[in-house]
Design a protein around this ligand. Structure first.
Ligand code: HEM
Length: 196
């Protein structure tokens, strides 16, 4: 559900542009990724497991970014100094994103926000939401790459509430697909016209 109290979080808001891809495009992409109804169910099952661990998950993810200079630069100013306010503002939306990914309904409104998140990583909209003074874009190659640390570090959190090993595998596999699917959707602004 939308959390209007998170600054800059605008899923479902009228200012979010229509995505250049449709629900039919999404259905085709899911088919190719073997993203099934059971994956959507596994994601939903992960929500109550993850919901009260969001802060601890974000600590691990932010720890990875902070200890990886190649990533921290995207939250830093031209002199290389990390922008604490920018990091904190994005962190709130990132926490909401965990819950949104777990119970996404994959409608056009959801697709429109995927497009918006892609724009916010690209030079078209990065820094605008938080009035940050940081580097102009996140380089394309890192978007899908971050799927691996994000989902690898998620696994212990999926396992920490007593789910069986096979249920943990099932939820983890669904998360890998869901994050990769989103980073593919987010790639649109980086791809030349007509080539997405
Ligand atoms: C913004 C997730 C890749 C840096 C965000 C947001 C989310 C997110 C949920 C907030 C979206 C919103 O405004 O509602 C992810 C995921 C990634 C990924 C799941 C890949 C699996 C990366 C990479 C970097 C990065 C590789 C490089 C450090 C940022 C920055 C913002 C942001 C700087 C703020 C953009 C702005 O100025 O609005 N990300 N991200 N992200 N992410 Fe990522």
């Amino acid at each position: 559900a939308p959390e209007p109290t998170i600054p800059g979080y605008s899923l479902g808001q009228p200012q979010v542009a229509r995505a250049p891809y449709s629900e039919a495009d999404l259905a085709a992409l899911k088919k190719v990724m073997l993203f099934s109804d059971d994956d959507a169910l596994a994601l939903r099952q992960s929500k109550p497991i993850l919901a009260d661990q969001v802060d601890a998950i974000l600590d691990v993810w932010y720890g990875f970014v902070a200890s990886t200079p190649e990533l921290l630069r995207y939250f830093s100013d031209a002199a290389g100094k990390p922008d604490a306010a920018y990091l904190a503002a994005v962190r709130k939306r990132f926490g909401q994103w965990i819950l949104d990914t777990a119970d996404a309904n994959y409608d056009q409104r959801w697709l429109d926000y995927q497009y918006e998140i892609g724009l916010r990583h690209s030079r078209l909209k990065k820094n605008r939401t938080d009035s940050a003074r940081s580097v102009a874009q996140i380089d394309f190659r890192y978007l899908s790459a971050l799927t691996i640390p994000v989902t690898t570090t998620l696994k212990p959190f999926l396992a920490s509430k007593g789910a069986s090993p096979s249920e943990v595998e099932r939820m983890h596999a669904a998360w890998v697909k869901a994050v990769l699917l989103q980073t593919i959707l987010w790639s649109h602004p980086y791809v030349r016209d007509g080539q997405f």
